[in-house]
Design a protein around this ligand. Structure first.
Ligand code: BGC
Ligand code: BGC
Length: 620
């Protein structure tokens, strides 16, 4: 058999396997029932709490970044309750499943040296798959999942993510992000499912169910963290730190508006039994969320009945009063914060909190409440079960990055693409076209396709990022053996082709680095589109981006236009839609602006006249 034919046979076989395993995940996901209340573990928690010293309690409330540990012995010496790996915090051994698992086990082993032997919770930002790990399946970012409107699918996505996490031992995801971005100039827009609170409420709930499974004690489940509470997506442009942009800024709305737009995702996450919630860096009417007793204790714990624990954002407590760390700690813990992501200032955090308790500025009852909440989660997860090892179960590793897992991601890609234009039935393309010319900086670029929070905190452009199928490779896999696929990044060489496909958009970014004053396409993209157009062939434009972009005349120049968001490693899902193996079903979860002058525009703006409304999406 010729090489190409053999490859196609493999692709077809894996597509069939994909369909089967997709069904498997659908069936197993459907069995979820109402989870056990976390407070039902209080009898066991009380027994442990009664034995704990103040040092042991404060240790439980402390979460350093593992890469910031001054000495690994601090795990046992300071009775740490948790560690995290931030976006760039790989194991010292390197980045591989093996190295991550060894690292996790190493730290977990250290807790056995403590008197009470309470295992660690290990947290990571699994925001689109176990995305710090080389070889993990990278799912589309939440903005794309929002366009699927498919809670069952989102549940499966997080179920697979949880299984890939547990393969490395890690049992805590800082997700789902149930933000409701109201201004797409914000660099974290793609972390949100939608600008529409009802979509966020339904998909956020599904995500919690997927991560946490039917029970937190399931060895394949992880504890979720709904974030960033509350109103992170509602900040006013120009209120970000340094006075520019939106990230970590101030949300200036009354309480009724906050409840209507920004809280629904927390209501459903709490209903689904979410174990942890992360307060936001941002402020609400000038008060840092991490300092707000109203938000943390009165609304979340007392009114919504949240029984899990609050984890502060990365060094967020420091920002409460940048001149007085001790006061910042007092304010935050008294407001209701239960665990602090400190991350390298952990010795100061511990010393200050201890002094605050001894001085009576933080009541012991508050410490006990925080530790009770943390231990509830540890009991619920079976971590306190003496008969159960907290070390990684390496038998799960065979499913890490597996074809079954990739099939779920490929389905998520298919369902997330939104067809914005399709004149003269340009799409679907024929697999028998004589020549397809592919162009654009993101056509053969796995890094751009994955976006931020992929292997590195900020993501990275190009093939160095991780393995996966680029859109160019996917097109080559899909076409018949007689079809020629040619490629140029700049769009040259298109003349004479049957059809052109240009893949343009944003390069990776995360958080405030993605804040933009305007959302025009880059010059290199406009040039690639112009070069393709000049060839006089039908033109399909695929936009890879973390949010809607101002299209300008690219819309007119394109015969068909697909919003592909940040699809992740399974680019074959894009080709499935291009060639009609899957007919588009995606619907916009954000409003699409006509021009920069319209920003911010969303379904809640008074003069709502977008280019495409929430819910827009063409079919074949
Ligand atoms: C982000 C969070 C993230 C945390 C840990 C922060 O900068 O705001 O979303 O969970 O870092 O990496
Ligand atoms: C970490 C991220 C974190 C960010 C906060 C980075 O160094 O890798 O996880 O969100 O700092 O600013």
């Amino acid at each position: 058999m010729k090489h190409a034919a053999l490859f196609r046979k493999i692709v077809l076989a894996s597509a069939a396997a994909a369909a089967c395993s997709f069904l498997f995940y659908q069936i197993t996901a459907a069995a979820a029932s109402k989870p056990r209340a976390l407070s039902s573990y209080d009898p066991q928690v009380k027994q442990v709490l009664a034995q704990m010293t103040l040092d042991e309690k404060i240790g439980q409330m402390t979460q350093p970044d593992q890469s910031a540990l001054r000495d690994p012995g601090d795990v046992e010496n300071l009775f740490l309750g948790s560690l995290l790996s931030g976006g760039d915090s790989d194991p010292k051994e390197g980045n591989s499943l093996e190295a991550w698992t060894n690292m996790y086990d190493h730290y977990q082993e250290r807790t056995k040296k403590t008197r009470l032997q309470i295992p660690l919770l290990y947290g990571v930002d699994a925001v689109h798959g176990h995305n710090n790990l080389l070889g993990a399946v990278i799912f589309p970012h939440d903005i794309a999942l929002g366009c699927t409107r498919n809670p069952k699918l989102v549940e499966q996505v997080e179920k697979v993510t949880a299984a890939e996490m547990r393969a490395s031992g890690v049992q805590w995801a800082f997700g789902p992000c149930v933000t409701v971005p109201q201004d797409i100039r914000w660099g974290r827009t793609y972390e949100g499912f939608s600008e529409d609170p009802s979509i966020v409420a339904s998909l956020g709930e599904a995500a919690v169910k997927g991560f946490q499974g039917a029970s937190l004690s399931d060895p394949l489940a992880v504890v979720a963290s709904a974030k960033h509470y509350a109103g992170d997506g509602g900040t006013t442009f120009g209120t970000a730190r340094g006075g520019r942009g939106l990230d970590q800024g101030d949300t200036r709305v009354d309480e009724a508006t906050l409840r209507k737009i920004h809280l629904p995702g927390y209501v459903t996450a709490v209903k689904a039994g979410v174990g942890t919630i992360m307060p936001s860096y941002s402020s609400w009417n000038g008060v840092k969320c991490s300092a707000s007793k109203r938000l943390l204790t009165e609304i979340l714990k007392q009114e919504l009945g949240f029984e899990g624990f609050l984890i502060s954002d990365y060094n967020a407590i420091d920002q409460i009063n940048p001149k007085d760390y001790k006061e910042s700690i007092a304010v935050s813990i008294n407001a209701g914060m239960d665990m602090a992501m400190v991350t390298n200032r952990y010795p100061q955090f511990i010393a200050n909190l201890k002094a605050l308790v001894n001085e009576g500025q933080v009541p012991m009852s508050r410490i006990d409440d925080a530790v009770t909440r943390i231990l509830r989660v540890k009991f619920a997860m079976g971590l306190m079960d003496k008969g159960r090892s907290p070390l990684a179960d390496r038998s799960i590793q065979k499913t890490f990055g597996s074809p079954e897992h990739r099939a779920v991601a490929r389905q998520a890609v298919r369902e997330s693409l939104v067809l914005l234009k399709n004149d003269r039935k340009t799409l679907p393309l024929s697999k028998n076209a004589v020549r397809i010319h592919v162009a654009g900086k993101s056509a053969d670029n796995i890094g751009n396709q994955c976006g931020g929070w992929t292997i590195r905190w900020q993501g990275q452009t190009g093939a160095v990022t991780t393995g996966g199928t680029t859109i160019l490779a996917a097109i080559k896999n899909a076409v018949s053996k007689d079809t020629q696929v040619t490629y140029s990044a700049d769009g040259s060489g298109a003349a004479g082709a049957t059809v052109g496909v240009v893949v343009i958009g944003e390069r990776p970014y995360a958080e405030g680095n993605g804040d933009r004053a305007e959302l025009s396409l880059a010059k290199e993209d406009l040039d690639a589109v112009a070069a393709m157009k000049a060839a006089g062939i039908p033109l399909v434009t695929i936009l890879i981006s973390g949010r809607p972009m101002v299209l300008g005349d690219t819309l007119d120049k394109s015969d068909a236009l697909l919003a592909a968001w940040l699809p992740g490693t399974e680019g074959q899902g894009v080709a499935d839609v291009l060639f009609g193996d899957y007919k588009p079903t995606g619907k916009l979860s954000f409003s699409w602006p006509r021009a920069n002058g319209q920003l911010p525009i969303n379904m809640h703006t008074a003069k709502y006249d977008p280019l495409f409304k929430v819910g827009y999406g063409l079919k074949y």
